[in-house]
Design a protein around this ligand. Structure first.
Ligand SMILES: CC(C)(COP(=O)(O)OP(=O)(O)OC[C@H]1O[C@@H](n2cnc3c(N)ncnc32)[C@H](O)[C@@H]1OP(=O)(O)O)[C@@H](O)C(=O)NCCC(=O)NCCS
Length: 196
């Protein structure tokens, strides 16, 4: 273990930690974060529990959080994930916490059978995880004013190019959260980063 890794640990988010996660998100993004276009897809829908992870420092203080929401894509309602929010406490930025949270959860998402992940964020950061701009692949997030910030990655080869369309709120289309089949890991997501 390196000195940097010793400064934090990665764990699933427990219910008791949820209020502290909300405070961290408010600190990092501001309370107005809830007005972002991506939050429309979170309204009335719970985050995907097995993909909600936190980072704690050696005092057990919350220093990072990642969550994902279920979404659907296109007319077929292809099940996918909306990554985010991802937030690291500013004092510990640049120490690999965001990277650790993202790689760990993308691996679990692939193990759960998800094959497509979208997010709204900086390509220059997310390209290391295999994300590419989503608009050229035909993905549309209605009401997002900066479509160049919409990024996508596939967790199974061949999904990009086959699946595209408008991102849809799960509740509006089905009335329930999509249940994904649990499948064995097909590949390690780090391979995608190596291609980026
Ligand atoms: C962006 C964020 C999640 C990165 O997490 P982190 O733990 O600080 O970053 P990591 O240690 O994993 O990675 C550091 C690398 O990412 C780069 N980086 C960090 N933020 C970046 C950004 N917005 N755009 C491009 N690169 C970025 C750093 O320059 C560094 O590059 P290097 O590896 O070449 O030195 C974190 O800084 C954060 O919470 N920022 C504010 C909220 C935010 O923007 N969240 C993401 C949108 S949902």
């Amino acid at each position: 273990m390196t000195a940097t890794e010793a400064q934090f640990s990665i764990k699933p988010e427990s219910a008791a930690l949820a209020p502290r996660v909300e405070l961290l998100l408010d600190r990092v993004f501001g309370a107005e974060r809830r007005e972002k276009a991506s939050y429309l897809f979170r309204e009335g829908v719970a985050p995907v529990a097995p993909l909600s992870f936190v980072a704690l420092d050696h005092h057990k203080k919350l220093v990072g959080s990642i969550r994902y929401w279920p979404i659907q894509v296109g007319e077929t309602g292809h099940p996918a994930l909306l990554l985010g929010p991802l937030a690291i406490t500013p004092q510990l930025a640049g120490k690999g916490i965001g990277r650790a949270l993202t790689f760990r959860t993308l691996e679990i998402a692939a193990e759960m059978g998800y094959d497509l992940v979208l997010l709204v964020g900086d390509y220059d950061y997310y390209k290391r995880f295999g994300f590419v701009p989503a608009t050229p692949y035909g993905f549309v997030m209605p009401t997002e004013k900066r479509p160049e910030r919409l990024q996508v990655t596939e967790l199974k080869p061949g999904v990009l190019g086959r699946v595209s369309g408008e991102i849809r709120h799960v509740k509006e289309s089905t009335g329930s959260v999509v249940a994904m089949p649990v499948q064995p890991p097909r590949r390690r997501v780090r391979r995608a980063a190596a291609r980026a």
